[in-house]
Design a protein around this ligand. Structure first.
Ligand SMILES: N[C@@H](CCC(=O)N[C@@H](CS)C(=O)NCC(=O)O)C(=O)O
Length: 101
């Protein structure tokens, strides 16, 4: 059952252009969701919860980061909420989002 869920997440993940690893109780994740939502884009949230395999995946994909959120736009690893917010202020976020439209 767990494998099936992971496979479903895996196949969804491969088709999504914007992915956020998150937990449901994380305030930074909520702020990141709010910012992306304000941009009018769709994104997939992978709730890592206490799933050790998903945390391993998050660390591997983000070069060893150990916090949520971790946000990916296309092949680009944006980082956490601070990084997303900085990218928004610099204008880079809009460019990245344009590339995956
Ligand atoms: N500067 C980071 C802070 C992220 C952060 O501290 N996230 C917390 C949850 S809100 C976290 O992942 N803590 C480690 C853990 O839950 O294991 C960002 O902007 O994303």
């Amino acid at each position: 059952m767990k494998n099936q869920q992971n496979q479903q997440q895996e196949s969804k993940k491969m088709s999504s252009k914007i992915i956020m690893y998150a937990t449901s109780s994380c305030p930074y994740c909520m702020m990141a969701k709010k910012l992306l939502t304000s941009k009018g884009v769709e994104f997939e949230v992978i709730d890592v919860g206490r799933d050790a395999a998903l945390w391993d995946e998050l660390r591997e994909k983000s070069g060893g980061r150990n916090t949520v959120p971790q946000i990916f736009i296309g092949d680009h690893h944006v980082g956490g909420y601070d990084d997303l917010s900085a990218a928004d202020r610099s204008g880079e976020l809009d460019k990245l989002l344009e590339e995956v439209k």
